[in-house]
Design a protein around this ligand. Structure first.
Ligand code: NDP
Length: 360
């Protein structure tokens, strides 16, 4: 656990106070340390089921004892004026319930990806945000990461000519654990598994690179027999998507293959290779264009993605600026995940409406 050695800076008067809900790996080791880099954000409260973590994390981040909440006394946060927003960083199956709870106590919500496990849950979360008149943002950090932002710009400028092919690989090998030991293998908390967790990045990239919605999805999913890891979730999912322009995307994701994190785009006159594409650091990006020398592109430090995501959300809260990754984007992606599983289950093509719902 990466706890700060010195207390955090004093918040500015216009800083948004966040309650962090769920003190797990991503919250403790990635997001919480980055609040220092976002001038108008600070950690005002923490929420956890583990009293030991509440104490050690609370002390390290200077969170007063009366701003350390258990899940059972979360509703008390309604009266806590120090807290403007809630950051939901719980297992995915709990996102909808806790987002609704946070809106019910009048706070803004930054919710981790994937937004939820079903489009019905996503719609409930959006409705709760509208009822509460509070902001909802999905924590899609790649929309704030310099390499991915440059890739979007290059595609908008048609740097590869018309885009034809996208390929993505998001894979790693899960250790010898069971669904009871790791929520990522538990259907109620993780849905179908690697697609929602890691493959979602390739799905997102295919859409933000083509700037289109797919019209057709064909997919298959595999769950091995006699493997204690995969009694509830799939080991791999392969998806083929076709876009109205004719571009096609092939997306692979697995919890049982050697690590890969690659996005590859090819147009009529060039190609873009991102490997690694969507991690926390170490991104590499190569552009090959007809008639020009190949170029390695280094648009900036990927580390800024975490703080810029926070900056963006606090600007929406304080300045009412539009959110690039709103609940509607999370809903769109969960609809596509539903279409992928529908195709995998039936073995058929699934045709889509422009909003990602399945055509009947
Ligand atoms: P962890 O398992 O490390 O942490 C989840 C935390 O949730 C736990 O430590 C626990 O915190 C709390 N929790 C409450 N109920 C449960 C339960 N029933 N089972 C397990 N944990 C529970 O997960 P991650 O931090 O890796 O992931 C959390 C969220 O963040 C997920 O939605 C994930 O998709 C997302 N994520 C996003 C990433 C990104 O790059 N944007 C990267 C990694 C994860 P406590 O002990 O304090 O109660």
């Amino acid at each position: 656990m990466a706890l700060p050695k010195t207390p955090p800076r004093a918040p500015r008067a216009d800083s948004v106070g966040f309650a962090i809900v769920g003190l797990g790996d991503y919250a403790l080791n990635q997001m919480m340390p980055r609040f220092e880099q976002s001038p108008r954000s600070h950690i005002a409260a923490i929420v956890s089921g583990n009293p030991g973590k509440l104490r050690s994390v609370g002390e390290a981040y200077g969170v007063p004892e009366d701003a350390r909440y258990s899940y059972d006394d979360f509703d008390r946060i309604a009266k806590d004026k120090r807290v403007d927003a809630v950051y939901i960083v719980l297992p995915t199956g709990l996102h909808a319930e806790w987002t609704e709870k946070a809106f019910a106590v009048g706070k803004h919500v930054l919710c981790e990806k994937p937004m939820a496990l079903s489009s019905a849950e996503c719609s409930r979360m959006i409705a709760a945000s509208e009822r509460a008149k509070r902001k909802l943002m999905i924590a899609y950090r790649c929309h704030f990461e310099p390499h991915n932002l440059l890739a979007m710009d290059l595609m908008a400028q048609k740097a590869l000519g018309p885009l034809r092919i996208i390929r993505s690989d998001q894979e790693y090998r899960m250790g010898p654990v069971t669904p009871a030991q790791n929520w990522r293998l538990n259907r109620a908390l993780a849905g179908g598994g690697p697609l929602e967790d890691f493959g979602l990045y390739g799905l997102q990239a295919a859409l933000y690179l083509t700037q289109e919605m797919p019209e057709l999805i064909t997919a298959s999913a595999f769950r091995p027999e006699n493997d204690a890891r995969f009694t509830e979730v799939f080991a791999h999912v392969g998806t083929h998507m076709r876009f109205p322009s004719g571009a096609v995307a092939q997306l692979s994701t697995s919890y049982d293959a050697a690590g890969a994190n690659i996005i590859y785009a090819r147009g009529t006159t060039g190609k873009l290779i991102m490997d690694p594409a969507i991690g926390y650091s170490g991104h590499k990006m190569r552009l090959e264009q007809a008639g020009q020398p190949d170029r390695d592109l280094t648009p900036g430090d990927p580390d800024v993605q975490f703080a810029r995501q926070l900056d963006h959300f606090v600007a929406a809260i304080r300045d009412n600026s539009p959110i690039k990754t709103p609940g509607e984007l999370g809903l769109r992606d969960v609809r596509l995940i539903e279409a992928i599983y529908a195709s995998a289950e039936t073995g058929r093509n699934v045709w889509l409406n422009p909003d990602g719902t399945m055509r009947t």
